[in-house]
Design a protein around this ligand. Structure first.
Ligand SMILES: [Zn+2]
Ligand SMILES: [Zn+2]
Length: 251
């Protein structure tokens, strides 16, 4: 259940059944000078599975920091448990939501700014694909991996649980991207797909991205990013069309 996305970024892939398919709730582990940084903490259903995978990947050392993309439970479910399990785990988050145990002492990252975590620089990017404020996309400036929280998610077939985009016949299938965003990012019905694409292109123009690493999907490597962007734009277009919300121009 552990795949390298780059030399120092590993994907700890966990998923659960969703209708006839599966949905990921993964985390990513970054190695930096002998320290380990976890991006998101996963669902509490997968606590043991993730703790075992972290133990194995870090040779028993455990993690030194957690960076949270946002505080929804499938992302933040194991913060307290992991901070109990390993000593001095620093928490970095864009919000200090008091309702989430263990988040009140988080170091705040400011969306739109960079932050140093254990000597490594991370860019906290304001995402065009987010379902609430305080969500950030996190780019690891050293590896160039962009962690996109709920954005770029996709369902996958049993058997595709650990595949990178390069291991599909033709990258991550468009239909699974569409279905995931239709079900989970319902506000996309109000979004103009052209504007979404422009906002996405600006991010990819500003930053070199070696891989797109979603929490709820298979990672997309750099060579498949243009395909993934086209598919996401078309998926957003389909979602907007299906709901056919009246726009200001129609009024
Ligand atoms: Zn999510
Ligand atoms: Zn799976």
């Amino acid at each position: 259940m552990t795949r390298h996305v780059t030399d120092d970024v590993q994907w700890l892939t966990v998923c659960y059944p969703h209708e006839d398919a599966h949905e990921h709730v993964s985390v990513y582990l970054i190695e930096h000078d002998g320290s380990y940084i976890l991006v998101d903490s996963g669902s509490f259903h997968h606590e043991q599975q993730l703790a075992d995978a972290i133990d194995e990947a870090t040779d028993g050392a455990g993690i030194d920091a957690i960076i949270l993309s946002h505080s929804d439970y499938p992302h933040s479910g194991n913060i307290s448990e992991f901070r109990d399990e390993w000593d001095d785990v620093e928490l970095v988050a864009s919000s200090g939501s008091p309702e989430i145990q263990g988040l009140t002492d988080a170091r705040r990252c400011v969306i739109g700014e960079d932050l140093d975590v254990l000597g490594r620089t991370f860019n906290f990017i304001d995402p065009p694909l987010a379902d609430r404020s305080h969500t950030t996309w996190i780019r690891d400036s050293e590896s160039g991996v962009l962690f996109t929280a709920d954005g770029f998610g996709n369902y996958h077939a049993p058997g595709e649980c650990e595949q990178l985009s390069s291991e599909f016949d033709d990258a991550v299938p468009e239909e699974t991207v569409y279905e995931f965003h239709r079900d989970n990012l319902v506000w996309l019905q109000y979004v103009d797909p052209d504007k979404l694409r422009t906002a996405l292109d600006e991010i990819f123009d500003d930053y070199d991205v070696s891989a797109v690493a979603p929490i709820h999907g298979n990672p997309t490597l750099a060579e498949d990013v243009p395909t993934a962007l086209d598919r996401l734009e078309r998926a957003a277009g389909r979602i907007a069309e299906e709901y056919d919300v009246p726009t200001v121009e129609d009024a």
